[in-house]
Write a protein that binds this ligand. Sequence first.
Ligand code: SF4
Ligand code: SF4
Length: 451
Amino acid sequence: MGVFTRLAKTFRHGIHPLGHKEYTEQLPIQRMPFCARYTLPLNQHIGVPSSPIVEVGQTLTRGQLIAEPAGFMSTALHSPVAGKVLAIAPRRHPNGQMLESIEIEADPFNDQAFCAESFNVEQDIDFSTLAIEDFIAQVQQAGIVGLGGAAFPSHVKFSLPQGKQIDHILVNGAECEPFLTNDYRLMIEQAEQLLKGAEIARQVLGARSILIGIELNKSRAIKILKACANSKTTRIVPLHVKYPQGAEKMLINAALGLTVPNNKLPRDVGVLVNNVGTLVALAQYFDQGMPLIERIITVSGPGVERPANLIVPIGTPIRELLRFCGGLKQSTQEVVMGGPMMGSAIADLDAPILKGSSGILAFTANESRTPKEYPCIRCGRCLEVCPYFLNPSRLIRLAGARDYESLQQNHIMDCVECGSCTFTCPSGIPIAQRIKAAKSEIRHREKLNKQ
Ligand code: SF4
Ligand code: SF4
């Protein structure tokens, strides 16, 4: 591993929380058995909710289109199982709100094999000559979104303004959030599919190279991908273990040494970043015509009986997932969707798994305890760790004074809510949460001003 360590790169600032990957990193991906009911919220991606095209009582095949994109900033939704539409009505979303959803009852007599004939995907496509508009339309119809957690529609990411050129496809294999190992397992078990998806993206966009950024705690994935990749086009970039290296701008800085300026996007420096799972979804669609109807999830944490890495149909109730993993320990206090740094607590275990759900973590009182809060001692630690070079202590002072103009002048909107400042604060101040609340107030005021 010495050579990888010598070559490893990283970004400035950031933190080193304990990885806790040992719970699941050795556990191969298993397919979770199908359960009785699935709930698919119409807005499980960033943008406009999908628009239902099915009726209550309608019979569905697995992979059938159930909701169409409602405009460009929207994407398609497909049935994860063969079954019947039970309801189209508000249902509990993991964020706690009641949101319009399609509820499906699975057909217990169906073998739930994927129904490929409903998809008309051409074989042997030459991606270097495929019209970008056709590619974008297909990705939108496949319902593919960023699987790293953000659930940003992939077809929007692939749509470049006139004159923009992508030089590098940067594959995000950092998986810097503690506990999560779903991307790691995918990289070692589905390496060929991942490389295929990355190559599709490279050819479609005419990019020069593929770079795969992987942290050093995933040495097996580095070795496997290095052995399988085409060395003419693809380079594996070992990264030091640091949080939040999976944030797009941090990853670009670490892997390529490029800085994406404020208010600019990765494409402005010629880079397109995609999570490893997203690229596998792309390959699965163009190989088999399989839309995004399932994903890999890590179920972990000290509060879960049998941690696992699972392939789970989108819409599976979290309760079923936990039941399959032996249930929660009595000492469990909190269940979180996503990683412990950026994920959010789940209020209702009957809420479903979404396209963007990377993990379900169960924590006991030891990990969930909120530290007692003390006044800021101006130690400057939050400044030292902020990867965006913000001044978090000043931001929370301004937020406390409701000085929204100064907050914007101090670039509050650049905060990615990574939680590094909160993690490091010796006074136990929930800095990131306060910044998040101030950002949402600023957005609300902007909306009111426009009306
Ligand atoms: S201010 Fe925002 S971006 Fe900076 S460390 Fe805190 S949460 Fe992360
Ligand atoms: S880390 Fe906490 S105590 Fe130190 S300056 Fe920042 S907000 Fe204040």
